[in-house]
Design a protein around this ligand. Sequence first.
Ligand code: ADP
Ligand code: MG
Length: 237
Amino acid sequence: IERAAVLRKRFDIHIAGQNVPAPLESFEELISRYGCDSYLVGNLSKLGFHEPTPIQRQAIPILLSGRECFACAPTGSGKTLAFLLPLLMKIKPGSKGGVKAVILCPTRELAAQTVRECKKLAKGRKYYIKLMTKDLSKSGNFKDMHCDILVSTPLRLDHAVKKRDLDLNSVEYLVLDESDKLFELGFVEVIDSVVEACSNPSIIRSLFSATLPDSIEALARTIMHDAIRIIVGRKNS
Ligand code: ADP
Ligand code: MG
């Protein structure tokens, strides 16, 4: 507990919640403490990621422990990897039982970029990582689709669920990236509808954003259970 507090202070990590797992000291600890397959840490190092950023240090152990979180850290501080890494550690590649993770992004550009990052990180393993394109959402045959990780904007995903019978009951992880923007853009009802479609009771939800206005935290708390709040630096900088 001492050590955890020292690390948090050193990296300006502020937490709120019960029994928060200790921050990571290094990426190697993913192997020693969490049984991470070494290909993943190898990919990190090939990508030039040698030390976890503060948000990665705290968010990764939280998600790996099966806890939900709201994570607020500045733009450019590595939030993408903070949610992708736990997904790739927890989800087996090429699974048959439907979509295992959904990542919601406010824009198509961000969704496409997230898919690219995820593929780089997963290199060497046969994951099905899919971007919800306009075509896919309008005419996809989701019954036959192989997909482990699905990245989408809210409206496209909602359309696929409602009009194309995309089944999200098998989703184990739901990530709302840039959640401040998702809510600002007026997607509250669409997000609600997606959250409802992801009906697996043991789903783990997480929110990542650069700001965490009280209104959004309050809204988010209505859909989360026992979530931990992580703030790196100052709350809304
Ligand atoms: P955010 O979502 O917080 O704005 P990103 O996830 O887009 O930030 O990351 C910003 C940049 O930092 C990206 O170019 C990413 O590849 C890089 N990055 C992420 N994690 C690390 C790390 N641990 N070490 C070095 N660079 C990193
Ligand atoms: Mg980001």
